[in-house]
Design a protein around this ligand. Structure first.
Ligand SMILES: Nc1ncnc2c1ncn2[C@@H]1O[C@H](COP(=O)(O)OP(=O)(O)OP(=O)(O)O)[C@@H](O)[C@H]1O
Ligand SMILES: [Mg+2]
Length: 256
């Protein structure tokens, strides 16, 4: 459900310019507004700057200019760990768990940002939510399946009860069945009121669970709209998402 436009965005960027080198902007002036409770999917071809955008929002890529606000609070210049404490959870595409540590140790490290007295109770709440993790807390995270690893990464991010969670391609490298499980988990998280921003290459599946979609091309927003509308628009897929990601070729009109 999309809340009224008058509501303060859960997450917003204004004229955001960001990149790895000071003189080489990758994100080139992005105005992104995510309403509370939305599940927004960020799409775009390889190299469009999707990861760079979410990393800049999370504070791990330098912001050159512009702003990032979380529920109206300016978080542009604060360090990553404080962004988490402010309520912005980020699940990077890679290295989102400690592979040599156990499930429980991974959760303990994530809980370290919380006051000591509440840590074990928050971990217990996560185990209740993720029974697969609770079943074997001493198992080394590196030995988990791809889907279980993503579950652990998401569980770690949720330990602070964030109002907003941003995920960079959580379905990368997973089989279609596991992708559905991961997306179902994200829908459930969204249903509890958490605003979700999801970077995805799995266009069709992502549009099916998203309320709104934004297409990034060469560091700029090229298209945005209701997810269901994009899903039914093969031309958008063909033009901006790469032919390999076209949602439904069977209904595609000829575009000579
Ligand atoms: N660590 C880095 N240092 C310098 N340039 C980088 C770095 N990571 C990415 N880039 C460059 O930034 C641009 C955007 O890359 P980015 O990873 O944000 O794209 P993306 O949309 O996430 O692509 P993909 O769909 O492949 O994940 C590319 O030109 C890429 O070469
Ligand atoms: Mg990327």
């Amino acid at each position: 459900m999309t809340p009224p436009a008058s509501q303060t965005p859960a997450l917003q960027t204004q004229a955001l310019v960001a990149g790895y080198e000071p003189d080489l902007p990758i994100v080139r002036g992005v105005d992104l507004s995510v309403a509370p409770g939305e599940l927004l999917v960020l799409l775009g071809p390889n190299g469009a700057g999707k990861s760079t955008l979410v990393k800049a929002i999370a504070g791990v890529v330098p912001i050159h200019s512009g702003s990032v606000t979380l529920a109206g609070r300016d978080i542009t210049r604060i360090p990553t760990h404080r962004k988490i404490a402010e309520g912005l959870a980020f699940v990077p595409q890679t290295e989102n768990i400690f592979a040599t540590l156990s499930i429980h140790e991974n959760l303990q490290i994530a809980a370290a940002v919380l006051p000591k007295p509440v840590r074990s109770e928050k971990i217990a709440a996560l185990y209740e939510r993720f029974p697969d993790l609770a079943a074997k807390p001493s198992r080394q995270a590196g030995t988990l399946s791809g889907g279980q690893r993503q579950m652990l990464a998401v569980a770690r991010a949720l330990i602070v009860d964030p109002p907003v969670i941003v995920l960079d391609e959580p379905s990368a490298g997973l089989s279609p069945k596991i992708v559905s499980e991961v997306f179902e988990m994200l829908q459930q998280i969204n249903a509890t009121g958490v605003t979700v921003v999801l970077v995805e290459q799995n266009v069709k599946a992502a549009l099916a669970i998203a309320s709104r979609a934004v297409v990034l091309v060469e560091g700029r927003i090229r298209h945005e709209g209701v997810a269901a509308d994009l899903l039914g628009d093969p031309l958008i897929a063909k033009l901006y998402l790469g032919t390999g990601h076209s949602p439904d070729h069977s209904q595609e009109a000829e575009h000579p």
